[in-house]
Design a binder for this molecule. Sequence first.
Ligand code: FES
Length: 101
Amino acid sequence: MIWWSMKREKDSRLKHHMFVCTNQKPNGPCCYSKGGKELRDSLKTSLRDRGLWGEYKVSASGCLGGCESGITCVIYPQGIWLKEVTLDGKELLLNTLLEDM
Ligand code: FES
């Protein structure tokens, strides 16, 4: 087993890693139907365009348990959970991510 921790990687450029739920359910509310995949893709593009990919990463996640109020996101290593995120809120989310938390 291999253990990895952002805190152990003192020389790592990675500051924050955001997970965006892109889970799709056949029935019921889900982040996919609310634009989770588009949000994840758009955040990745914005970070790459700004030359910040490597310091910040955005990954897709499975269900984070907030389906009713999705899109649900979580930022590590801070463990900040966000819900009711929308595509329209992308710039605010990006600015929050880029702030020193
Ligand atoms: S589908 Fe996104 S939190 Fe459940």
